[in-house]
Ligand binder design. Structure first.
Ligand code: 6GU
Length: 258
């Protein structure tokens, strides 16, 4: 997958993208992340990328021209140098990172991981000229209900979550299927050696060697944990009829406590 990131602060990405799994994925050529400084597409000698908001108000707004032109340059390059057809280039996701976007989730990460190429636009300052959202971006993503100083950290979150889903990025043995959220449930508790630490023992079933029992225990733990910590997730989780019954019983028990 190729990911083009448009930003005023490419240096912010240096650390996260040159360590650990993202670094390995890059070396293995499973992902290629290319940065474009929006400032390089400014028009004047002062390399202006922002301006005052029409109608007044605090803060500066990112101008549309450098962003449109940067995206157009990336698309042309994809067609000319990466063998992408004009048609595919016209359909690839152009994602604006903004607190006004749809809330990022594991489901969206999975969706995005299916594309050969993505363009991410990092907003900054008080906002981005609305014409970018109306006439350039095909999607707008927020990573949560809080405000960051810019879209860069959000872009890193999206790239990380998408990259680890690409085939071959995680070790061949581990699959992202058991991750918290991929089934709509939180992950079960995990333990490693020692079997007893400061008097706290690993649950007996995990050292039993009985794989069937272990699978049942883990599924139950996932459901209980989701019930206690994130009951909001249960409505959309994939549960079988017995599991739905379990949730009903748990809900009833909660109500009786009150
Ligand atoms: Cl994508 N950008 C900014 N500036 N703040 C955010 C965000 C994005 N997602 C959550 N907060």
């Amino acid at each position: 997958m190729r990911i083009d990131i448009l930003t005023l602060f490419p240096e912010m990405f240096e650390g996260p993208f040159s360590t650990s799994i993202l670094k390995r994925a890059t070396i293995k050529k499973l992902v290629r992340v290319i940065f474009h400084n929006i400032r390089d597409y400014s028009h004047d000698k002062h390399q202006t990328t922002d301006d005052y908001p029409y109608g007044g108000g605090a803060g500066m707004i990112l101008k549309p021209e450098p962003i449109f032109e940067a995206v157009e340059a990336v698309k042309s390059e994809l067609v000319a140098r990466d063998g992408v057809s004009e048609e595919d280039a016209s359909r690839l996701p152009i994602i604006l990172l903004t607190p006004q976007g749809r809330l990022f989730s594991q489901q969206i990460a999975l969706e995005l991981s299916k594309y050969k190429s993505l363009i991410l636009i990092c907003g900054h300052y008080e906002g981005v000229d609305e014409r970018v959202s109306e006439h350039l971006a095909s999607d707008e993503i927020s990573i949560g209900d809080y405000v960051l100083t810019g879209g860069e950290l959000a872009a890193m979150v999206v790239v990380d979550a998408v990259t680890r889903l690409l085939p071959g990025v995680l070790g061949s043995k581990v699959s992202p299927q058991d991750d918290s959220h991929s089934s709509g449930l939180l992950e079960y508790p995990q333990y490693t050696r020692p079997a007893a630490y400061r008097g706290w023992s690993v649950p007996e079933v995990l050292v039993s060697g009985n794989h069937e029992k272990i699978a049942i225990w883990r599924r139950e733990q996932s459901i209980l944990r989701t019930f206690k910590r994130r009951p909001d997730l249960l409505d959309k989780a994939e549960l079988n009829p017995e599991e739905k019954e379990l949730i009903k019983r748990l809900n009833k028990k909660e109500r009786l406590k009150e």
